[in-house]
Design a protein around this ligand. Structure first.
Ligand code: DGY
Length: 327
């Protein structure tokens, strides 16, 4: 019987039960990412992995993976897997696009409005005993309506962020790997020819791109200096897209006004990270897609992908279908 390793014990019973109908299921009994040596061992014992998007599956794991056939990532991001090595070793990778777009766009707006109106800051102040008389001045917000939102990465998530922005009467500009002229008209979004153009023109900058060699540390000191001093920076993509010490400097020196980030580098963010000393940043623990329904639906999609791959059907969302030729 084929064997599937689910790399966390916190999923809905439906996820485990649906796998158990066809496979032997091995569940990692710890909420933390499994250690590398365990991942190496499991790749020799199991036919499929169901990892989270932060579980590193590198060349060493893949090269030694005598049994592994498919990695069903429960994430749209695939930067945790060495894709060229997976392809070379004939191991199929699947991900969970589409199903999480609206949840991620909702969370982007939660962060955008939080940073604009200092929701978490107000809450932190009250809990610290600072609300002892009526004085709004430490909490004055920045408006969202009528402002320009710059979206970097105009895939499914970026487009849904733009849709929400229109309800807030925001002007939307975007930059992406490819220009999407059809969407410009239907969504009222304007093309920014470069990242620099986007940064210079935006009151809010929101990242929705994958972490790749092209985007790694794309936002550094030079890029923050291009932004307006009143601007708010939102990162819903990956921590690695940002040079985190440069973000700290930009916030500390008020090069930009505020930031709201759902992802950090590394994750979890160490308590010693200087970003945690700043009041003009709000940080959430990589929960962009994590509504109850979407969390479960991503798991079910990963299960469908794994089941298809191990039973000879075509998975819904293969990332490297060319791997099958190297089996
Ligand atoms: C994703 O789906 O990529 C989310 O960031 C969770 O890892």
């Amino acid at each position: 019987m084929k064997r599937v390793w689910v790399m966390r014990p916190f999923h809905d019973e439906a996820i485990y039960n649906s796998l158990k109908e066809h496979f032997e299921v091995d569940i990692w009994d710890d909420h933390k990412t499994p250690p590398h040596d365990v991942v190496m061992e499991k790749a020799k014992e199991c036919d499929a992995f169901l990892p989270e998007g932060i579980d590193i599956i590198d060349a060493a794991v893949l090269d030694g993976a005598t049994r592994l056939e498919v990695i069903g990532n429960r994430a749209v991001g695939t930067d945790n897997v060495d894709i060229p090595s997976a392809t070379r070793t004939g191991i199929l990778l699947t991900n969970t696009p589409g199903v999480l777009q609206d949840a991620c766009a909702d969370m982007t707006f939660a962060l955008l409005l939080d940073a604009a109106r200092q929701v978490a800051y107000g809450d932190r102040s009250i809990r610290a005993g600072k609300w002892v008389f009526f004085d709004q001045t430490p909490y004055l917000g920045l408006d969202a309506y009528g402002k320009t939102l710059g979206i970097f990465g105009f895939g499914g998530i970026g487009q849904r962020v733009a849709k929400r922005a229109s309800g807030f009467d925001m002007r939307v500009i975007y930059h992406s790997r490819s220009r999407k002229i059809d969407l410009e008209e239907s969504m009222g979004a304007e093309w920014a020819p470069s990242l620099a153009d986007l940064l210079q023109a935006s009151d809010y900058v929101s990242l929705h791109c994958p972490l790749t060699d092209a985007t790694r540390k794309m936002m550094g000191a030079e890029q923050f200096a291009m932004m307006k001093s009143t601007a708010i920076f939102i990162n819903m993509a990956r921590g690695g897209v940002v040079d985190q010490p440069a973000l700290y400097e930009a916030l500390k020196n008020k090069t930009i006004a505020r930031a709201a980030i759902d992802v950090t580098d590394p994750e979890p963010i160490p308590m010693s990270d200087p970003l945690l000393t700043l009041d003009n940043v709000v940080i959430t623990p990589h929960v962009g897609s994590a509504s109850e329904a979407t969390f479960k639906n991503m798991g079910l999609m990963a299960v469908r992908n794994i089941t298809a791959a191990l039973t000879g059907d075509a998975p819904e969302t293969p990332v490297n279908p060319e791997a099958l030729q190297n089996r």
